[in-house]
Design a protein around this ligand. Structure first.
Ligand code: MN
Ligand code: MN
Length: 390
């Protein structure tokens, strides 16, 4: 145990589980000091935290990396984060030309392009097709059951996929190569009207992700369907959308009202400046699944019955808030905090604590909280959602 830090000495200030009022005591180890440094509000929770709220954070850095020639993927599902039953997420990167193969699944797929460009394809049950290029800040949505593919263009790409079922796994989908490998050649021959030898080169198992050449320009790859293109676009330019701007940041909301195909997933792309916070609020429709894109922050969740719990979050983490639980997110770093909040819903919906109080008779609010005149005067009737400075 000689290497266990016993004093706050040396260049690394070892944090101790001691609150400013003296509560707690030193931890001489064994301990993971680097993890404690990453989670200051877990080591020394705010004194207002209490109770038995379950874990609501998981980092993609703690997941299994699926490495393939052509790219990688990793996922956060109920297996890693048991409370996250409504949605599951996959973080995937493809090298230039890398392909997430032709496949389909029982869940709808919502995606956000983090960097780079890709070509996406799909076909619906009426034989109408969709082929488009997506870039940083773009979304796509593939309705449940419809086949699709993703192929990286010149620079490669990285994206977040979100599925409307916490039990989803991207390693357990229906893939074209898998079906070919598990169908007798005479059946394939009869199905396509060609000799069995036409299938000598088929893959012998699911490819999942594979390497390919970067495809040519979109126009050169066009395939015209006699039934036309899908009537509702599977793509939406979220980052290009005009945000709601507030003193502490900005919000871009996307749901079936402005991205009509996205019937089962609603989202907000939130920007919080250093020192600002996503205000105290909750959602009256469903659980919230978060993905942190940049910066670092702190989320506190209030679960009623005297319970509250704080999680330190940073780029690459997933956060979760159960339906209707109160919460807020503070930017605790020196750079802008960007995150996505997603809901298994056709609409984004948000109840602001501030607005609720502002729209309730003042005397009632005053009596309930013994509220000061300053607080009552500060309440504002504003359109949700609000990011603001303290
Ligand atoms: Mn998919
Ligand atoms: Mn929220």
């Amino acid at each position: 145990m000689e290497n266990v830090p016993r004093r706050q000495a040396g260049p690394l200030k070892v944090p101790q589980p001691v609150r400013k009022d003296g509560a707690g005591g030193p931890d001489f180890g064994p301990r993971d000091v680097l993890r404690d440094l990453e989670n200051p509000d877990m080591l020394v929770p705010p004194a207002t935290d209490a109770g038995l709220l379950p874990n609501m954070k998981f980092s993609f850095s703690d997941t299994h990396m699926q490495l393939n020639h052509g790219g990688w993927s990793r996922e956060i599902t109920v297996r890693d984060l048991p409370i996250a039953t409504t949605l599951a997420g996959v973080n995937m990167s493809l090298v230039p030309g890398g392909v997430r193969e032709l496949h389909w699944h029982q869940q709808s797929e919502w995606a956000y392009m983090i960097w780079g460009c890709a070509r996406i394809t799909s076909v619906d049950a009426q034989g109408r097709n969709f082929i488009a290029d997506v870039e940083k800040g773009d979304l796509w949505f593939f309705p449940a059951g419809l086949p699709h593919s993703i192929q990286a263009l010149e620079e490669g790409c990285e994206f977040l996929l979100v599925f409307d079922d916490g039990n989803f796994s991207d390693l357990n989908t229906l893939s074209i190569s898998d079906w070919f490998a598990h169908t007798p050649k005479d059946v394939l021959a009869a199905n396509f009207g060609v000799p069995e030898s036409a299938f000598d080169g088929r893959p012998d198992k699911q490819l999942y992700i594979f390497e390919d050449r970067v495809p040519g320009p979109l126009a050169s790859e066009a395939v015209e369907s006699p039934y036309g293109a899908v009537p509702l676009s599977f793509k939406h330019k979220l980052l290009a959308q005009e945000p709601l701007r507030t003193p502490g940041g900005s919000v871009r909301i996307v749901d079936s009202t402005n991205f009509p195909i996205s019937k089962t997933i609603a989202a907000a792309l939130v920007e919080i400046e250093p020192g600002a916070m996503r205000e105290m609020h909750w959602h009256p429709n469903n659980d919230e699944w978060q993905y942190y894109l940049s910066g670092q922050g702190r989320m506190t969740v209030f679960g009623g019955n005297g319970t509250a719990r704080t999680f330190d979050v940073r780029a690459g983490d997933v956060g979760y808030v159960p339906f209707a639980f109160g919460h807020y997110v503070q930017n605790t770093g020196s750079e802008t905090l960007w995150f996505l909040e997603m809901f298994r819903s056709d609409r984004f919906a948000d109840v602001s604590l501030n607005q609720w109080m502002a729209l309730t008779p003042r005397d009632l609010v005053q009596a309930n909280l013994n509220a000061s005149p300053e607080l009552l005067n500060a309440l504002r009737k504003v359109k949700w959602p609000v990011v603001k400075y303290p």
